[in-house]
Design a protein around this ligand. Structure first.
Ligand code: ADP
Ligand code: MG
Length: 588
């Protein structure tokens, strides 16, 4: 942390000194453009790098901010210190509607919609008489900051970079928070995030609106810096260029936005001078170089320039400041032996395939139920029906008597059901501790604003303390500061269990948790599960390791081809000729 803080302080001091030094005006202007672009690129880092959503329409949001400022100031004499807020409200509303409509749909709707949005705003601005058509609006006044006219590049530089640094800090804070973890969790699909209680649709819209707001501020500054606006800097070309900055710099890192904006702006400027000289004639040759460069970066340095720099910086371990935090409150557990999960005649068809064929069973409080059967028997599908990942074709699932089969995954999670996945789902670039803390998402409430302002720290300490507690329980405290992606498969599975436990569930569903574990790890896992059972937790366990299952569970449901074959104690199941024939015979 200290190295980072010192780097930031050095950077701010450098920024403060720069306009005082005999730097040519040209470089001050470049610095101003880099600042304006950095604001937009930071938004894209959040949107594209962190949340995995692509927008080509950021330039159009810059345009909204810029035109709102220009028009209101010129035509109605509104103070720029008011127009910035009006611009934010306007841009935010447009982004909200756009995000609200397109983010419901998966896949490529957002990139396509932002292309359409970027194109249409450009032509709209160019055709409105009151906005000066393609000539735009001229004579926008300079900003006046408490009596100081910011009418020179050097004076403007201070305001601009103050805004950039504040935005960078706010977004850095956001990423290191409950909401930040939820944002990261939506990148590679929403199933896991939803299972942890995250409203992924809402979080995506939030990221989209935040990125648009940063673009809007950039537009407001842009209007008062250039003192004139016209549609061309807000078209699709520029939208692509912003994306390019984020990718070059490193889409996952706030400082990547700065690096990308800097590199692209300086390179573009140099190329615009150099290329026509080399190639003769005039033309936007730099576009070709950018295209080639983008391909090279995507091929050889997917994570951009900043990731390359970061890998060479000393690794900073998170300081443990949560040891003294009060423990989170725990949910009341149902009384021992009462029915927690009641699955009644549940059926799931995939086209003609009956994956789960009218299966019924119950799991009681303080009981471990094994769910076994050959591959393709329908075990994971049953998990998905219970946890709301898939809708049942018919049948009922009740949790403490309440029907849950129609509920969203996150609503079921909220009621106390937590799970792991047969194929580990995690955020590889986040530490083990942060991955596990995601499991406690529903036990916190703090959102974007308090994360940015750091008023969420007391709650954050509680969440991290809970994460550490569950990691310790599962025997992984030593690895909490490692990146999850660097773990072997076994520990990754254990990490998922710790994450599920962070939700303080009453029902825990484990899908092949021991696959890839070493014998000692398996024994450790069995001990933990026994301990949890003793605490009154209900566990539904899918597992192929029969020694583990038979020695651990209270009862077993055997499935084959989607159908429940038998239910009984481990002894009864082992003694059943049908099971021997169908399943155990092939395993042993
Ligand atoms: P198990 O976990 O017992 O190995 P699954 O529940 O994963 O079995 O799968 C049961 C059957 O349903 C398999 O034949 C599988 O191919 C099929 N299946 C699972 N998920 C889907 C899906 N999303 N679409 C179509 N078929 C599926
Ligand atoms: Mg399975």
């Amino acid at each position: 942390m200290n190295l980072r803080r010192n780097t930031l302080i050095a950077f701010v001091v450098l920024l403060a000194l720069l306009p005082q030094l005999p730097v040519p005006e040209f470089w001050i202007t470049q610095g101003n453009y880099i600042g304006l672009y950095t604001l937009v690129a930071i938004g894209l880092v959040l949107l594209t790098g962190v949340a995995g959503l692509t927008s080509f329409g950021q330039a159009a949001f810059v345009g909204l901010g810029a035109y709102t400022a220009a028009y209101l100031t010129l035509s109605h004499g509104v103070s720029p210190w008011l127009t910035v807020w009006i611009g934010l409200a306007f841009t935010g509303s447009v982004a909200l509607v756009l995000g609200w409509v397109t983010l419901r749909m998966s896949g490529h709707y957002l990139p396509l919609a932002t292309i359409a949005w970027g194109l249409s705003l450009y032509y709209l601005l160019g055709n409105i008489q009151a906005l000066g058509k393609y000539d735009g609006l001229l004579g926008i006044p300079a900003l006046n900051f408490f009596g100081i006219d910011l009418n020179t590049g050097r004076s403007f530089f201070y305001l601009l970079w103050a805004v950039v640094v504040l935005a960078a800090i706010a977004i850095t804070h956001l990423l290191d928070s409950r909401t930040g973890r939820a944002l990261r969790a939506v990148k590679g699909g929403t199933t896991m995030a939803e299972a942890m209680g995250v409203n992924t649709y809402r979080i995506k819209v939030t990221a989209f609106v935040l990125a648009a707001l940063l673009a809007s501020v950039s537009g407001w500054l842009f209007a008062h810096f250039q003192r004139t606006v016209n549609p061309s800097p807000f078209g699709l070309n520029m939208g692509i260029e912003y994306l390019f900055m984020a990718v070059i710099g490193g889409v996952g890192h706030v400082w990547g936005g700065l690096v990308g904006a800097g590199v692209v702006q300086i390179l573009k400027d140099q190329l615009q001078v150099l290329l026509p000289k080399l190639l003769g004639g005039s033309g936007n040759y730099e576009v070709i170089v950018f295209g080639v460069l983008l391909i090279v970066v995507l091929q050889y340095a997917r994570d951009g320039i900043w990731a390359f720099v970061e890998a060479r910086l000393p690794h900073v371990q998170r300081k443990n400041d949560w040891a003294a935090a009060p423990a989170l409150t725990e949910r009341a557990r149902p009384s021992h032996g009462s029915v927690v999960l009641d699955v009644k005649q549940v059926r799931k068809e995939f086209g003609g395939l009956v994956a789960v064929n009218d299966v019924s069973f119950q799991v009681r409080a303080g009981e471990i139920m094994g769910l076994i059967g050959p591959n393709g028997a329908g075990k994971s599908t049953t998990f998905n029906l219970v946890t709301g990942v898939l809708p049942a074709t018919r049948g009922e699932v009740r949790l403490l008597g309440e029907r849950i089969e129609g509920l969203a995954s996150r609503e079921i999670a909220r009621r106390g059901v937590s799970r792991t996945f047969q194929h580990v789902k995690m955020i590889a670039g986040m530490t083990v501790l942060e991955n596990v803390a995601l499991g406690a998402h529903l036990r916190g409430t703090r959102g974007v604003a308090s994360a940015m302002l750091r008023t969420d720290r007391a709650e954050e300490r509680q969440l991290l303390k809970e994460a550490e507690k569950q990691l310790r329980r599962i025997g992984m405290a030593e690895q909490m500061h490692e990146l999850a992606g660097n773990l072997a498969l076994g520990p990754q599975r254990l990490m998922e269990i710790a994450r599920a436990l962070c939700a303080d569930p009453m029902l825990l569903l484990l899908d092949e948790p021991a696959a890839g574990l070493r014998l000692k790890e398996k024994q450790g896992l069995a001990d933990v599960l026994r301990q949890l059972r003793g605490e009154g937790l209900s566990i539904l366990l899918v597992e192929h390791d029969m020694d583990l299952v038979m020695g651990l569970v209270d009862r077993i449901v055997v499935m084959e081809f989607g159908t429940k074959l038998i239910e009984g104690t481990p002894e009864e199941v082992q003694a059943s000729p049908a099971v021997r024939a169908a399943y155990l015979g092939t395993e042993h």
